[in-house]
Design a protein around this ligand. Sequence first.
Ligand SMILES: [Zn+2]
Ligand SMILES: [Zn+2]
Length: 159
Amino acid sequence: MSEKYNLKGGCTCGKVKYSISEKPLFTQACHCVDCKISTGSSYVIHTTILENSLSVDGKVSSTILPTGSGKGYRAYFCVECGVYLYCKYYIGPGRLNVRTKTLEDPSKFLPQVHIFTKDKDPWLNLSDKEKCFETAYDRDKTWPEESVKRYNKHLETIK
Ligand SMILES: [Zn+2]
Ligand SMILES: [Zn+2]
């Protein structure tokens, strides 16, 4: 894969910009209660990337927040405007989740699955039923094969 990637994104005030140098692995929407609170909305959309493909320009602060797995995650915010840009789940070494809508062109990254639809708002209708999971999903069976391979290869390098 020699395709060049240079995806850009940032916060609302413009003090934090980031870029992603490698093709993202997967994009998912999560409807769980924690994501509802952290977005103040019905669901979050996360684009999962390899941790070492992100570079950040500008000041971010971070804090650890709870997850269903009990392992927690670290969320990163612009220190000026407080926009939540990306996070790291401790359950997933070597990867980060960027908040998809902070990308300059998020239309390229549509949710490939919806998870925790057991908590989905009842007025929100999803049409693509086979892409919905009541709770979590099996990564190896759900991500594109290419992404699974690339992530597993990356895991080998960070052991
Ligand atoms: Zn900002
Ligand atoms: Zn969630």
